[in-house]
Write a protein that binds this ligand. Structure first.
Ligand code: IMP
Ligand code: MG
Length: 193
């Protein structure tokens, strides 16, 4: 285990099993579309999840990316989100599945749903690897959830603090001293890009 990690919340094996299961559910749902499914990955946190997931989906698909940045407000928690890299794919009349790392305050996905909805896809669904039910708002709908987790700041399997730890093969709780120096003891604001 990395020395900056307090405990492992989800093991490598636990992730692999659940991601395979999600891939199978999605395959069943999207099998037989008349055009390729469009998978949109929200950079950077969802890259690892997406890469593992699509290899359990033996259906025709196109990949697109979207860059969203969360920024800190008064509380140092994510207080808003903005699109910093526009969608590179035409999604009109296409079936779209958005892949995001974590549903926390919901600011990121609310913005994405609004923006993509305007582009008139045939359908728009979302998968998140993690959700913090204690914080997730009721107005942001996600169709696929990997794991519900406690309200702790986690890293690994794509999720970062200050751009680090994305390559850990598990989801772990970051030791408070690793972010206390920069944020006066409060948890860090999430950053997607
Ligand atoms: P939101 O608060 O739902 O908009 O989430 C914003 C972004 O913050 C997520 O996409 C993540 O990139 C990041 N984030 C939220 N919670 C965590 C966490 O516990 N660890 C790492 N990143 C997080
Ligand atoms: Mg993110």
């Amino acid at each position: 285990m990395h020395t900056d990690v307090n405990k492992i919340l989800i093991t490598r094996e636990g992730l692999a099993d659940r991601v395979q299961q999600l891939g199978r559910e999605m395959t069943t749902l999207y099998l037989g579309l008349d055009s390729p499914l469009i998978i949109i990955t929200v950079l950077n946190g969802s890259m690892v999840f997406m890469a593992d997931l699509i290899r359990h989906m033996p259906i025709t698909m196109n990949l697109g990316v979207l860059g969203v940045s969360s920024y800190a407000g008064a509380t140092t928690r994510s207080q808003g989100a903005k699109i910093v890299m526009q969608l590179d794919t035409d999604i009109r009349d296409r079936h779209v599945l958005v892949i995001d790392d974590i549903l926390d305050t919901g600011n990121t996905l609310r913005l994405i749903h609004e923006d993509l909805g305007k582009l008139k896809p045939a359908s728009l669904r979302t998968a998140v690897l993690l959700r913090k039910p204690a914080r997730a708002p009721s107005d942001v709908t996600v169709e696929f959830i990997g794991f519900d987790i406690e309200d702790r700041f986690v890293v690994g399997y794509g999720l970062d603090f200050d751009g680090r730890y994305r390559n850990l093969p598990y989801i772990g709780v970051l030791k408070p001293d690793c972010y206390q120096a920069s944020a006066a003891g409060t948890e860090p604001a999430g950053r997607t890009m």
